[in-house]
Design a protein around this ligand. Structure first.
Ligand code: ADP
Ligand code: MG
Length: 241
């Protein structure tokens, strides 16, 4: 689904991604870990075309992201959902309208929107919150709504940037269970950026560890936790894990 070769990106003089090589197979849940500032969010933003890269190749579903512009990039982004730590719901819109937003932007019919929003509300399992405002929701419920909104265009890929980091462990677990369900039932490839080891172990099939913009190590999650390579040990020692 994602093929990254020799990917390089700098902000001015600051090298942020330094020769990343990584393949993320279709249908997997792939974990990206690393300290704050390692380049995880930048890599996700490159994957969905929100950020350009300097050198190397980054293909999503066979398409070189850098080659896209204008209308093509808008079409490309339709296939990629993204969720964030802070949920990013629009506070003045109801749950229904938050989920409907991308569909309204793409000018779908009201009847299709109604059908799709209700289907997604079932999936995220909060059907009774349809008319609630974001401020009336718990953190976990807000993230569920954000997930529903990210799925409105039937994406092939879902990118999650610290999506469980603002939640208590039990709620975080319920969100990772939902991500597992989405991956399993809808076949969507999911990339999970996190610093929470419990999330990696319970959710991801493979993980990659970024250190200062470089890929330190990657492999199947069980193998990584068995072998405990240096890069993983360094992370496990961090207080926020
Ligand atoms: P992570 O998500 O792993 O914490 P980021 O990808 O957000 O890391 O950031 C990697 C590095 O790039 C950091 O040093 C950060 O300060 C820098 N950075 C991120 N975005 C920008 C930007 N838009 N302009 C300048 N520097 C940036
Ligand atoms: Mg980040």
């Amino acid at each position: 689904m994602i093929e990254i070769k020799g990917l390089t990106k700098a902000f001015g003089d600051l090298p942020v991604l330094q020769g990343i090589n990584l393949n993320i197979p279709q249908g997997t849940i792939y974990g990206l870990v690393g300290r704050s500032g390692a380049g995880k969010s930048t890599l996700l933003r490159c994957i969905n075309g929100l950020e350009t890269y300097d050198e190397g190749s980054l293909r999503v579903d066979g398409v070189e992201v850098k080659s896209l512009s204008g209308k093509d990039i808008r079409e490309f982004r339709k296939n990629i959902g993204m969720i964030f730590q802070q949920f990013s719901l629009l506070t003045r819109l109801s749950v229904y309208e938050n989920i409907a937003l991308p569909l309204r932007c793409w000018k779908y019919s009201s009847s299709y929107i109604d059908h799709k929003v209700k289907e997604l509300l079932e999936l995220i399992d909060i059907p009774d919150k349809i008319n609630a405002m974001p401020k009336e929701l718990s953190g976990g419920q807000k993230q569920r709504v954000a997930i529903a909104r990210a799925l409105t265009m039937n994406p092939k890929l879902l990118l999650c940037d610290e999506a469980t980091s603002a939640l208590d462990p039990k709620t975080a677990k319920s969100i990772t269970t939902l991500l597992n369900q989405i991956n399993h039932d809808l076949g969507i490839t999911i990339v999970v950026v996190t610093h929470q080891m419990s999330v990696l172990r319970s959710t991801c099939e493979e993980i990659a560890i970024l250190e200062s913009g470089k890929l330190a190590v990657n492999g199947p999650v069980e193998q990584m936790f068995l072998q405990q390579p240096e890069a993983l040990k360094n992370l496990i020692g961090e207080k926020d894990l």
